[in-house]
Design a protein around this ligand. Structure first.
Ligand code: ATP
Length: 364
């Protein structure tokens, strides 16, 4: 295990015209479980392949602890990698497939047997250990691939690129918790690539959000949800994502249209900002009980456990998540209030502050 440090690492596939990965400095800390989360094409696989050595970055240097590995090929990096689809020796048994990475490194036979049986037990493969891999369905084959990635205890990191894509949805939950268990057990550094927020949030100690070739925020799942540092994180994490509403700082207040919705934090110059507030924290009332804006209800999704109330403020649509079977009706005019501690201000998509309470006028 090692800290994996990227120093100004960036990659362009077209000689510098565009950057699939913009130059970044970032450290993957030893023994942590990371999810690398982002939409299709944002550069996740490129970043992972740079760590594994499949791609040499156009610029920057890579260090495993104090050893520079920038020019070192995959074989010299002591990395285990699991891809989206099974990579197995189909004629070998499941046992031999799991044992292969260890035999290859001349691990003693007894230790191989212990490790193979441990991983097999955790991944539920005991019943098929003697079966040839090609006789398994693709989902089960992928679990064997996962086992091959996890079987070595001494690796710098285990890299997993959307490893559960071909696995049955019901099994995914089980496998994610197994992965957590294996991680606790081995203390591997795991980097798990996914575009699925549920997968990322349930698996990782730390989620690294990548957008358009750049890391926009990294943190624990709750931190990304409660305190998005970038509008993209607000949209991409949460379901539905964060509401965004154009507003303006005028002196010491934040205004939406003509309404004061809160106080401006100190130090921000006057001018346009965007308010970001999650549907979970927007409060709706029939009368104005604290600083807020009038909104017209445009629709209600009754989701069973909760309602999603859609409302329009001027030209902008917002969603509030309320209790189930709420009494809101389409076309009614309600008031939306934005709690000061859960409402953020953004400029150029980056968070620049939080809404502050308007003294004496209540808030949220
Ligand atoms: N071999 C390649 N040659 C040229 N461009 C590439 C190559 N591989 C990736 N790209 C481009 O680089 C950008 C990042 O791709 P990458 O595969 O790293 O993203 P990703 O986040 O892993 O996407 P996905 O989730 O769809 O796999 C994309 O615009 C992609 O089209």
């Amino acid at each position: 295990m090692a800290d994996i440090r990227l120093e100004g690492v960036g990659h362009s596939y077209d000689g510098g015209e565009t950057w699939a990965l913009k130059p970044m400095t970032w450290t993957w800390r030893s023994a942590r479980a990371y999810a690398l989360l982002g939409p299709s094409g944002c550069g996740k696989t490129t970043l992972l392949n740079i760590v594994s050595g499949l791609i040499t970055p156009t610029t920057g240097r890579i260090w495993f602890d104090d050893r520079e590995v920038t020019g070192v090929p995959t074989a010299g990096r002591n990395i285990a990698q699991v891809f989206q689809f099974p990579v197995l020796y189909e004629e070998m048994t499941v046992y031999d497939n799991l044992a292969f990475p260890l035999r290859n490194r001349k691990v003693p036979k007894r230790e191989i047997d212990l490790r193979v049986r441990e991983v097999s037990r955790l991944l539920g493969l005991d019943q098929v250990l003697r079966r040839r891999s090609r006789r398994l369905d693709p989902g089960r084959q992928q679990i064997v691939s996962l086992g091959r990635g996890l079987v070595r205890s001494q690796v710098a990191a285990v890299l997993l690129d959307e490893p559960l894509t071909v696995v049955d949805p019901a099994l995914k939950w089980t496998l994610r918790s197994k992965l957590k268990e294996i991680h606790r057990d081995t203390g591997h550094t795991l980097i798990y690539v996914t575009h699925d927020q549920t997968e990322a949030l349930t698996f990782a100690d730390e989620v690294v959000v990548l957008n358009d070739g750049a890391i926009v925020q990294a943190g624990e799942p709750a931190e990304l949800f409660l305190s998005p540092a970038h509008e993209f994180v607000g949209h991409f994490i949460g379901s539905p994502g964060m509401n965004v509403l154009p507003a303006e700082i005028v002196g010491d207040v934040v205004r939406v249209g003509r309404e004061d919705v809160g106080a401006a934090p100190g130090g921000l110059p006057d001018g346009p900002v965007r308010i970001g507030v999650r549907p979970e924290f927007v409060r709706i009332t029939g009368t104005r009980t604290s600083p807020g804006v009038a909104a017209k209800v445009t629709g209600i999704d009754r989701m069973g456990a909760y309602d999603l109330v859609h409302a329009r403020v001027g030209e902008h649509d917002l969603i509030a998540k309320t209790e189930a079977d709420s009494a809101y009706l389409p076309d009614a005019v309600e008031f939306l209030h934005f709690p000061a501690d859960r409402t953020f201000l953004f400029r150029d998509e980056v968070r620049c502050g939080s809404l502050a309470p308007l003294n004496g006028r209540g808030q949220g």
